[in-house]
Design a protein. Structure first.
Length: 191
């Protein structure tokens, strides 16, 4: 792919991700995404002939970002395991993937592709998360039987947006809930 084509494709993906996060889901027109990415609609369709292709590419980009956070934490693990564990958990929740995860499953169900969606999630490479959880279990930060999908589902639940009034009343509530989750995993490790 030529450099300008690759730049256009990346601009489209980043614009889509930004708009999906702002909307809390995938209900954004391809035309609006093309406009935000500053590319023509024809360019958009050349890279992403349909909405599903774009959504799956964005989901892949989110997965890659998630794995990068985990790999960074693993690289820092030996220096301060507890800080690396807490940082990974907080950064993963800060990605704000809850609305997108919910919207993705709703989109797949509406398109009659729920099984394909689930299969795609099952096939994602979660080995970095497995390594993180193994290290966390060895340190007593998490139970040894904590599965990667369950860990990710917990992060998704914690990253759900709070109601506006709650967020204004308690701006640190999400961080507090993540800390409670981390403490709970430690207690489960002690059983």
């Amino acid at each position: 792919m030529r450099a300008d084509a690759r730049a256009n494709r990346d601009s489209i993906i980043e614009a889509a991700l930004e708009m999906y996060r702002a909307r809390g889901g995938f209900d954004v027109s391809l035309r609006a995404i093309a406009q935000r990415a500053e590319v023509g609609v024809a360019t958009m369709h050349r890279h992403f002939p349909d909405r599903e292709k774009l959504i799956m590419t964005v989901v892949g980009r989110l997965h890659k970002s998630t794995m990068a956070i985990v790999e960074e934490s693993l690289a820092r693990w030996d220096g301060d395991p507890e800080a690396a564990w807490r940082d990974a958990t907080h950064r993963l929740a800060a990605m704000g993937i809850a609305p997108l995860a919910s919207s993705g499953s709703d989109f797949a169900a509406a398109e009659g592709r729920a099984e394909d969606f689930l299969q795609g999630m099952r096939e994602r490479d979660l080995r970095p998360i497995e390594r993180l959880l193994e290290k966390a279990a060895a340190e007593g930060f998490a139970p040894a039987d904590l599965e990667p999908h369950r860990f990710v589902a917990g992060i998704i639940a914690l990253s759900r947006p709070l109601p506006d009034l709650t967020a204004k009343l308690l701006p640190d509530q999400t961080d507090w809930m993540i800390d409670v989750h981390i403490a709970g995993l430690r207690l489960m490790a002690d059983r």
